[in-house]
Design a protein around this ligand. Structure first.
Ligand code: IMP
Length: 209
């Protein structure tokens, strides 16, 4: 089965392919199937946004589509930046600007607890929908640590590892990250779904492809 990733992020493609290829699923980018969809993330939850993205791409491509929506939720910031993580502080900021904004928002705060959340949604042309959520609890550091450059990685400390996400190798992070956990759950869901379809693994994609 072919599944379109509702994202232009090649990094996400690598992570998703690594897990879903184990089920014989080929994950492709929108551009691979001639689709370019810009979805406004108007949902109030990660799940709503993931579904908005997946549904729009599924309709445009006529193939099963999968999307992930993720973000950082900081307790002392009332759960923010949350679904606004990618645009926290407004347009035109760098990742560094955004994590510095989080650090300054926590200035003088003793409660540094936070979590990363990832919601995965997969929709099929026949209307079926699968979802999975993964969370990774941690603490916000007082200063950035590590050379990783993605998003809020340098300020997110995983206490058991004594490392920020930015100090971890890819595999080490994927094994405990919100997205890694959501993907593992999703893999189980999809496995059960495909088994219930009676082994018609190619059907959803072929019917509409
Ligand atoms: P989206 O899911 O593509 O809408 O964007 C989520 C945003 O949350 C990203 O742009 C990052 O700022 C942040 N984010 C999500 N996952 C991670 C992660 O694993 N590390 C660092 N930042 C992340």
């Amino acid at each position: 089965m072919k599944m379109v990733l509702a994202s232009k992020n090649a990094h996400k493609l690598v992570e998703m392919s690594a897990i879903l290829s184990q089920l014989g699923i080929e994950v492709v980018l929108e551009s691979d199937v001639g689709v370019d969809v810009d979805v406004e993330e108007t949902g109030e939850t990660f799940e709503e946004n993931a579904e908005l993205k997946a549904r729009a791409v599924m309709k445009a491509a006529g193939l099963p589509a999968i999307a992930d929506d993720s973000g950082l939720c900081v307790t002392a910031l009332g759960g923010g930046p949350g679904v606004y993580s990618a645009r926290y502080g407004g347009e035109g900021l760098t990742d560094k600007d955004r994590y510095e904004l989080v650090l300054s928002g926590l200035s003088g705060q003793i409660d540094r607890s936070a979590k990363f959340v990832s919601a995965i949604c997969c929709v099929f042309p026949n209307g079926d929908k699968l979802t999975a959520r993964g969370e990774c609890p941690g603490l916000i550091t007082y200063a950035p640590r590590g050379s990783g450059t993605f998003g809020y990685d340098p300020i997110f400390l995983v206490p058991e590892k004594r490392k920020t996400f930015a100090e971890m190798e890819g595999e080490e992070k994927n094994a405990i990250s919100h997205r890694g956990r959501a993907l593992e759950k999703f893999k189980t869901e999809l496995e059960q779904y495909l088994a219930a379809q009676g082994g018609t693994q190619g059907k959803a994609g072929e019917d509409n492809g």
